[in-house]
Write a protein of this length. Sequence first.
Length: 310
Amino acid sequence: MPLDPVVLFFVLGLLAALAKSDLKLPPALYETLSVFLLIAIGLKGGVALAKTGSPQVLLQLLGVIGLGAVLTLAAFTILRWRFGRADAAATAAHYGSVSVVTFAVASSYLARKGLEPEPQLTLFLAVMEMPALIVGVLLARLGGERQINWGRLGHEVLLGKSMVLLLGGLLIGWAAGVEGMKSLSPLYVDLFKPVLSLFLLEMGLLTAGKLAGLRQQGAFVVLFGVLVPVVFALIGLGLAPVLGLSAPGALLLATLCASASYIAAPAAMRIAVPEANPALSLAASLGVTFPFNLLLGIPLYWTLTQWLYS
């Protein structure tokens, strides 16, 4: 199957920035596109959830919350080989957390194949942010004297833009149902992929700017940014049958485990662990893991999913 056109827009932005083109998207447009994608993902999950609704979802959510904490601890253990406590904890929080855009691309990948995952995957996307950020902060502060402003951190995590829009869209889609959403479908369903392509064009431009940081960090960051997502994806695939997920749902869970946050986690770590170097976390998550997942990771995880579910 040829590469998804939305991914090619990412490649275009990446190559344009590396070639020092003056191509730029207005900051206001970038913000608008991100708001659109978050609402659209939430609405889709809410509508699908309204059609199914199962008590099994609560148990699945508990499993996913535990998964986010375990992945953060695992990433921290590996990062401590080379980094100080603050940098290792902050970067681990990025990798225990998730990337909304990577999730959107994986959803688009499944849509091209005509496959539909379970609706609760959007809920998984929302809740996996929280345990990772909390565990990351605790790891950074373990044995330290600095006090944590939990109120400010909680506000950033629970009421940050990503969380409000995702959960808000989910609740609106659930309340409106299939019939109620028909009038909004031309915008949030039909235009989802065109908007995603523009957003990925901007992400390509941003990613190129983070590649310079890799020269300072060496091969360890590159290896970590490539190998850890694959291992985490395998952990997600191993858990998927236990949670009762189908093959499409397993791919999205694996993608969530393999992705790394570059929006919510940097904001939270800036508040809670200001001594950590944000360039280090972003060089790994945005400079290495994000493009790897888009170009190679998602097709690889699907191949592994098919093998597991065959």
